[in-house]
Design a protein around this ligand. Structure first.
Ligand SMILES: [Zn+2]
Length: 402
């Protein structure tokens, strides 16, 4: 199975998608796009619109969407990968490929913290981060883009360490609080160094995740001021509502809700963000693999849970798992618009859902069915082995799975 972008593999490619029933853009400002077709060249979106207005002729890959919905590939903002597509946490092989069957095309590492024998000395943790960045840049399980190489920071790191990491290609910090740095003063100093060299940061929020990790409360979260308030609904244990409110009101950073956290706290965060008129800050992750398991449908389940119980239109809930994360993480996928990577998930309401269409079914709390996933303009899978069966699925009229 080829995992490189088609452009990198050599030769021009053209993908035409037609008969789309609904186009979800991923952009909260304009979540539903007019049109029934998308044109892709060399793995990037060229145009979105009506078939009669687009140059769809001569494509080497043609998909007839059969009236299904097209959404950007989903982004899991919080995972803990270790090596290739294996996790020692739940001793499972193929967990990333399973998430692909849940519509996920991009994953962001919040630290390779489950690595057996993980080095905690500064030279060792830097080396491991660089190794993971390289490994996942070169290896895409099932085609999924894993942004790996997220060091867990430790006491004693100096500015030069962050400059070295950035120079070597590291772009993320693992969750602050999982290592020896658990205080506001040191955490803030290191986040500022990271930011100076273009490295994004996330902080663990809430009670300890596993024996050995610690409590990170609102005072530490606000003082450290990382780019993303990681699992604000706890991973697993949430802060009290009053502290969640303080975090939402006390900063403008990303509010990350995870599947592995407290669902009541997730809904409290959502309501608070809505009340503040700041839903654009909400992004989604699974925290998988975790004690609660590997969650191949975790992002879809969050979209459905937040939409149905949080009273959010489904087309907006999909933005939490796509465009919001794209903006916050500075990604080149997660929006259906010209110039972005052609990463798509085709969805339809599950067979026998009480909903009248895809959006209605999600608003009623059902999971949608995935009928196809495309990454970099290449169809990767057809009917998902993991979601409930979609009512309709797209037809790969021309071309083959990559
Ligand atoms: Zn955590």
């Amino acid at each position: 199975m080829a995992h490189d972008a088609p452009a990198a593999a050599g030769g021009a490619t053209k993908l035409a998608i037609r008969n789309i029933g609904l186009i979800l853009s991923g952009d909260m400002q304009n979540p539903i796009l007019a049109g029934d077709s998308v044109l892709v060249e060399n793995g990037r979106i060229i145009a979105v619109g009506k078939a009669k207005d687009l140059d769809l002729e001569g494509a080497d890959t043609v998909i007839d969407a059969q009236g299904t919905a097209l959404a950007p590939g989903l982004i899991d903002s919080h995972v803990h990968p270790v090596a290739g597509d294996w996790t020692p946490r739940q001793n499972q092989i193929g967990w990333i490929d399973s998430s692909l069957h849940g519509g996920v095309t991009t994953m962001i590492s919040a630290g390779e913290v489950h690595m057996p024998g993980r080095p905690k000395d500064i030279v060792g943790l830097k080396a491991m981060a660089i190794f993971h960045q390289r490994m996942y840049a070169a290896f895409r399980p099932g085609g999924v883009k894993v942004h790996g190489g997220a060091p867990i920071i430790e006491q004693g790191m100096v500015e030069e360490d962050f400059a070295d990491l950035a120079k070597a290609g590291v772009k993320l910090l693992g969750e602050i609080g999982l290592g020896g740095v658990k205080d506001g003063v040191n955490g803030h100093k290191m986040v500022e160094w990271a930011r100076k060299y273009g490295i994004q940061s996330t902080i663990h929020t809430g009670g300890p995740s596993i024996p050995g990790s610690g409590l990170i409360d609102k005072d530490v979260v606000l003082e450290v001021d990382a780019d993303v308030v990681g699992h604000i609904n706890g991973g697993h244990t949430a802060l009290p509502d009053s502290q969640i409110r303080c975090i939402c009101e006390g900063c403008k950073r990303g509010l990350e809700i995870v599947h592995n956290g407290n669902e009541r706290a997730a809904l409290y965060t959502l309501r608070t963000a809505k009340e503040l008129g700041q839903l654009e800050r909400v992004i989604l992750g699974t925290d998988a693999p975790a004690g609660s398991g590997v969650q191949p449908l975790g992002i879809l389940r969050m979209v459905s849970m937040l939409s149905s119980l949080g009273d959010i239109p489904a087309e907006i809930a999909f933005c939490f798992a796509t465009g919001n994360t794209t903006r916050m993480r500075k990604l080149d996928a997660g929006l259906i618009q010209a110039g972005m990577s052609a990463d798509f998930v085709f969805l339809d309401k599950a067979q026998h859902s009480a909903g009248k269409d895809l959006l209605d079914s999600v608003q009623l709390g059902d999971l949608p069915g995935v009928g196809m996933v495309v990454i970099d303009g290449v169809p990767r899978i057809q009917r998902s082995r993991n979601t409930p069966p979609a009512t309709r699925i797209p037809d790969l009229v021309k071309g083959k799975l990559g």
